[in-house]
Design a protein around this ligand. Structure first.
Ligand code: ADP
Ligand code: MG
Length: 282
């Protein structure tokens, strides 16, 4: 069994008029690092959430999402053991979702909250083995030296690497990253992509959605391109020339996907959602 992810006849409608996903079929082998590209609104996040078991698909007897050989959802219903299955899937968000006022180490340890009794986590009574694993995860992303710092003192790129470490503590077999570099400057973006590539070289299956196609070409052999909820390309990333993208998306959208649109600071939207998270937790 070499398939990590198999998506069969998956559709998703949030409104009757427009499909967020329309009859998606794809399969990703263990050990692949695949880019998911497409303009904003093309369905990247929806597809990743479906693959993570965070969102049920449209009801359709033939629809199925298989993860590591097990049905994660079928016919629009999540499997009974979806929670256990989710433990094998690490999810990384654009906005990092760290708790600002907690240390890097504690943020990383939160990755193990799914496995330890809740009261232990809440009281900060993590097992030494969990702490050891968290430190190892921080080491893997080059953030061990910052373990005792508050998350709020880190740059966006550093926060994203801690978010990757938090996902690693869960010891996932698959990592899904939803636009992990969208709010980062080029140098931080490179470090985050390097960290994902390293995990992939160690055998992890990685699916990363990207708004910009240049990173897909640089880091992923294979790209799956979405447009209006439909897979319009699935093949070698290096075959995605400007002409090809123009043909897929039209010249103006393609130009936007090639033009860098980085911010040196997290966007206002990112900052706002991080603040929301912190206030929700505290
Ligand atoms: P992307 O991640 O590529 O920007 P999304 O998967 O977020 O695209 O969105 C795909 C489509 O589904 C868009 O038209 C979006 O407006 C719609 N959509 C996504 N999530 C929701 C939701 N929770 N409720 C309503 N519509 C949604
Ligand atoms: Mg998205």
């Amino acid at each position: 069994m070499s398939e990590a992810i198999k998506v069969t006849q998956v559709s998703k409608y949030f409104s009757a008029e427009k499909a967020a996903l329309s009859d998606i079929n794809l399969s990703i082998d263990k050990g692949e690092m695949v880019a998911l590209i497409g303009a904003s609104g093309s369905g990247k996040s929806t597809l990743l959430r479906v693959i993570a078991g965070l969102l049920a698909t449209e009801k359709n007897n033939a629809s199925q999402v298989m993860v590591l050989g097990q049905a994660l959802q079928s016919g629009g219903k999540l499997a009974k053991d979806v929670r256990q299955q989710r433990a094998k899937i690490g999810f990384i968000f654009q906005q990092f979702n760290l708790v600002n006022r907690l240390s890097v180490l504690l943020n990383t340890l939160m990755g193990s909250l799914g496995r330890i009794p809740r009261w232990r986590g809440l009281l900060g009574l993590f097992y030494p083995a969990d702490k050891h694993r968290a430190m190892q995860a921080l080491q893997r992303v080059g953030m061990a030296a910052a373990a005792q710092q508050r998350a709020s003192t880190l740059s966006g790129g550093q926060q994203q690497r801690v978010a990757i470490a938090r996902a690693l503590v869960q010891q996932p077999e698959i990592v899904l990253a939803d636009e992990p570099i969208a709010s980062l400057d080029p140098e931080s973006a490179r470090k985050v992509m390097d960290a994902l590539a390293e995990l992939n070289q160690e055998g992890m299956t990685v699916v990363v959605s990207l708004h910009q196609v240049d990173y897909a070409i640089r880091y992923c052999q294979r790209t799956i391109a979405l447009k209006d909820g439909v897979v319009v390309y699935d093949g070698a990333s290096k075959a995605l020339t400007t002409d090809r993208l123009n043909a897929l998306y039209g010249a103006s959208s393609a130009a936007e996907m090639f033009a860098p649109s980085y911010h040196d600071q997290p966007s206002e939207k990112t900052t706002a959602s991080m603040l929301r998270l912190v206030s929700a937790e505290g």
